[in-house]
Ligand binder design. Structure first.
Ligand code: CO
Length: 134
C-alpha cells in the first residue's frame, strides 16, 4: 500500500519568516504561499529532490494546527505524507485493520490537487500520517 514519501510537514507560527529561513539561510527554492481554506492552513513547499518539505501556517479561526502551535510555539514537525495508488482502497483496508481516519473519512483535495486523508497519530507511533493519491 505504502508508496513514496511525498513530504514532511512542519507547522510554523510565521510562514513568511520560515520561508525566508529556507530560502535565504538554507538556499532552497520555496514556492509561493498557497491558501487552503478547506484545510485551515496556508502552505509553501520546498523541493529537496528526493522529497519535499511543507511549511504550514494556520489559516482562519478553526485551523487544525492552532492547538499544535500552542504546544509548540516555535513550530515543529507536524506530519508525514505517503503516496498511495488508490486512496479509497487504502482507507478501507486501514479501517478494516482498526486504524482511525480523521474527519468524516472522505478524501479532500490537498495542496497538490490530489485527494488526501489523515490518519490518527495514536495508531501510527505518535505521528500524524497524511495519505495522498499518487
Ligand atoms: Co501535508
Amino acid at each position: 500500500m505504502l508508496g513514496r514519501l511525498n513530504h514532511v510537514a512542519i507547522a510554523v507560527p510565521d510562514l513568511a519568516a520560515a520561508a525566508a529561513v529556507y530560502r535565504d539561510t538554507l538556499g532552497a527554492r520555496v514556492t509561493a504561499p498557497q491558501a487552503l481554506p478547506e484545510h485551515g492552513v496556508t502552505v509553501v513547499f520546498i523541493d529537496v529532490g528526493n522529497t519535499k518539505i511543507e511549511l504550514l501556517e494556520p489559516l482562519g479561526d478553526a485551523s487544525p494546527i492552532t492547538a499544535f502551535l500552542a504546544k509548540n510555539p516555535s513550530g515543529g514537525m507536524h506530519h508525514v505524507c505517503y503516496e498511495v495508488a488508490d486512496i479509497l482502497a487504502a482507507r478501507d483496508s486501514l479501517k478494516a485493520a482498526g486504524a482511525r481516519v480523521l474527519g468524516d473519512g472522505q478524501p479532500r483535495i490537498g495542496a497538490h490537487g490530489k485527494p488526501v486523508l489523515f490518519l490518527h497519530p495514536k495508531d501510527f507511533q505518535g505521528t500524524l500520517v497524511e495519505l495522498e493519491q499518487s
